[in-house]
Design a binder for this molecule. Structure first.
Ligand SMILES: C[S@@+](CC[C@H](N)C(=O)[O-])C[C@H]1O[C@@H](n2cnc3c(N)ncnc32)[C@H](O)[C@@H]1O
Length: 230
């Protein structure tokens, strides 16, 4: 279990860190500025759609699914809603949340930092997706975030995560005319932290991806299809 001591410090199975030292500046603002250009820059989403389908097919219709860092709501919140599930999306960017409301009016979309999920009253969910959103955190936070997701999901519910394979921590990159900070892992390290957070990796896919935009470098996208270990 992880928890806060009431002074902004987190203590848990992965050690401790001072949450006050975490720099969130500019991350939401960058996505506010990017808006629906995000979908134009990343037009090919075969891996994300396949991963969303894996989760959608595992769950009975009407299941409650958490979309962490839901972005524009496309394709994932739309796909899960169309499959008959009830989607709650969280994001830090008001502009992204507005696009979600427009693209998926049936969904519930809330301005919540994933680091605050633990203290929200949104739980529990039957499954969760985190597509390219955990990578917005510094590495020190990612095992905590995964552990928190473990606590949000019921029983052996599914979790799908997508990350870019890269050995970087809170690394500034140009992104669609803005600067964002991202973290990543080489795949063995990613598998290890996901497993240590209490998830079995049922299957995984890797895609080489060249975004449509020239200021975003080519990348290897990793999709991990996981089941919560109760
Ligand atoms: C790279 S985009 C991915 C969007 C969407 N999941 C997709 O794959 O299309 C990352 C998203 O995470 C959101 N985000 C960044 N930091 C976050 C945080 N700490 N908590 C929740 N959402 C966050 C951003 O605003 C952005 O919408």
């Amino acid at each position: 279990m992880s928890g806060s001591d009431g002074h902004g410090a987190y203590h848990g199975a992965y050690g401790s860190f001072d949450r006050a030292s975490i720099d969130r500046s500019g991350q939401a603002e960058a996505f506010d500025a990017i808006g629906d250009r995000y979908d134009e820059a990343f037009p090919h989403k075969e891996g994300q759609i396949a991963a969303g389908q894996w989760l959608a097919d595992l769950l009975p219709p009407g299941s409650r699914v958490l979309d962490v860092g839901c972005g524009t709501g496309l394709p994932t919140a739309r796909q899960l809603t169309d499959a008959g599930h009830r989607v709650t999306g969280i994001d830090v960017s008001p502009a992204m949340l507005k696009l979600c409301h427009d693209n998926v009016p049936e969904g519930e979309f809330l301005r919540v930092d994933m680091a605050d999920l633990e203290s929200s009253d949104l739980v529990p969910f039957d499954g969760a997706v985190a597509f390219f959103s955990l990578l917005m955190l510094p590495r020190v936070e990612i095992p905590f975030a995964l552990r928190m997701l473990h606590e949000q999901i019921r029983d052996d519910g599914p979790l799908v995560i997508a990350m870019v394979e890269a050995d970087v921590d809170d690394f500034s990159i140009p992104f669609l005319g803005n600067t964002i900070r991202v973290s990543g892992y080489l795949r063995d390290d990613l598998r290890r932290i996901v497993s240590e957070a209490g998830f079995e990796i049922a299957s995984e896919d890797a895609y080489a991806y060249a975004p449509a935009s020239t200021d975003v470098p080519p990348e290897i996208q990793l999709f991990l299809h996981c089941r919560r270990r109760p």
